[in-house]
Design a binder for this molecule. Structure first.
Ligand SMILES: Cc1cc2nc3c(=O)[nH]c(=O)nc-3n(C[C@H](O)[C@H](O)[C@H](O)COP(=O)(O)O)c2cc1C
Length: 309
């Protein structure tokens, strides 16, 4: 890694909430991203009294270098949402989601399908830039089906005013498993004047070096590999694939559960079951312990599982 390398936690809906972002920060991540937030929903909630409370619950105080990602296809509500976020949270920047592949998003016309509607996206960018002074990022894939598509539309987005591009080097068709088209990321890095963040397929410190060297991108974003393994950032920075000592892992899991309780209350322990199952991946007894992990209801239940690691 170079001295300018930045390791970034990817936005992952249902995973990268405030508690998980804090855990990744403990493990040396440099920058974090929120889960995607509906612009329409945010604007609707802002009409109610509990707006600040709702935002604080999601983002809270004390987050130093993080971006809030919004999704939607209406320039007016996207700009309004950005304005609310700037006023209430004032994060490092706002990011537009142009990569979500799920059916619901495709049907509603937001996320990855917006790669096919660039004139509308340009309107969204202009509306947000007129409304806020926060840096504006956009996270996209390389194309709908053809990985060359982004080479055509990215310069238009830059011209419209985005300050940064995050490139998930897979197509919409390729979902989350296609071999990343790093050569496209390299061309973007060479062709654009704004910072380009590389994302896709980084699972080890060797992968991080590979994609950094191949693309020339010093900012690397990591998603799936951090789920159940937030120490991936520490591993990459220290050039190792070795796990930290088991006691540190146990400490991490229990702190993560504590933070979920603190920020989101008892109900969050149900969601924590998926995290606990992810933490178990590759451990001895994983399949037996997973059966216990999917039933946990309290901190004591979690401790009982962790004690058997
Ligand atoms: C469960 C899950 C939820 C995700 N949610 C989002 C999201 O809210 N916004 C977004 O831009 N990308 C989302 N992504 C995509 C990731 O940010 C990332 O682009 C993708 O996983 C590729 O990176 P990776 O190969 O390091 O996992 C999600 C991915 C997963 C697996």
């Amino acid at each position: 890694m170079t001295k300018n390398t930045q390791l970034i936690l990817a936005p992952m809906a249902g995973i990268t909430d405030k508690a998980f972002r804090e855990i990744c920060t403990d493990w040396e991540v440099d920058v974090t991203w929120s889960e995607m937030v509906s612009a329409e929903g945010l604007v609707r909630n802002s009409l109610e009294d509990n707006k600040s409370l709702e935002l604080a619950e999601r983002f809270g105080e004390g987050e130093k270098n993080y971006w809030v990602q919004i999704f939607g296809c209406n320039p007016k509500s996207m700009a309004e949402a950005a304005k609310i976020i700037e006023k209430e949270i004032n994060p490092t920047g706002i990011d537009i989601n142009l990569g979500c592949p799920v059916k619901k998003a495709q049907k509603a016309g937001y996320g990855a399908v917006q790669m096919g509607k660039i004139p509308e996206v340009i309107e969204i960018i202009r509306a947000i830039k007129e409304t806020t002074s926060l840096p504006l990022s956009l996270k996209t894939r390389v194309g709908l089906t053809n990985p060359q598509e982004v080479l055509e539309f990215a310069p238009k987005l830059e011209k419209a005013g985005i300050d940064q591009l995050v490139i998930h080097a897979r197509t919409l068709k390729g979902m989350f498993f296609e071999t990343p088209h790093w050569e496209i990321a390299k061309q973007l890095k060479n062709n654009l004047n704004i910072p380009v963040i590389y994302n896709g397929g980084i699972k080890t410190h060797e992968d991080a070096i590979f994609y950094q060297e191949k693309t020339g991108c010093e900012k690397l974003m990591i998603g799936q590999a951090a789920f159940g393994k937030p120490w991936i950032f520490w591993q990459i920075k220290n050039g190792t694939n070795d796990d930290p000592p088991i006691e540190k892992i146990k400490e991490t899991i229990l702190k993560h559960a504590d933070l979920c309780l603190k920020y989101y209350g008892e109900k969050s322990l149900v969601t924590f079951r998926t995290h606990l199952s992810a933490y178990l991946k590759g451990r001895p007894n994983a399949s037996r312990l997973k059966q216990e992990a999917v039933k946990i209801n309290s901190l004591e239940d979690i401790r009982a599982v962790v004690d058997k690691f």
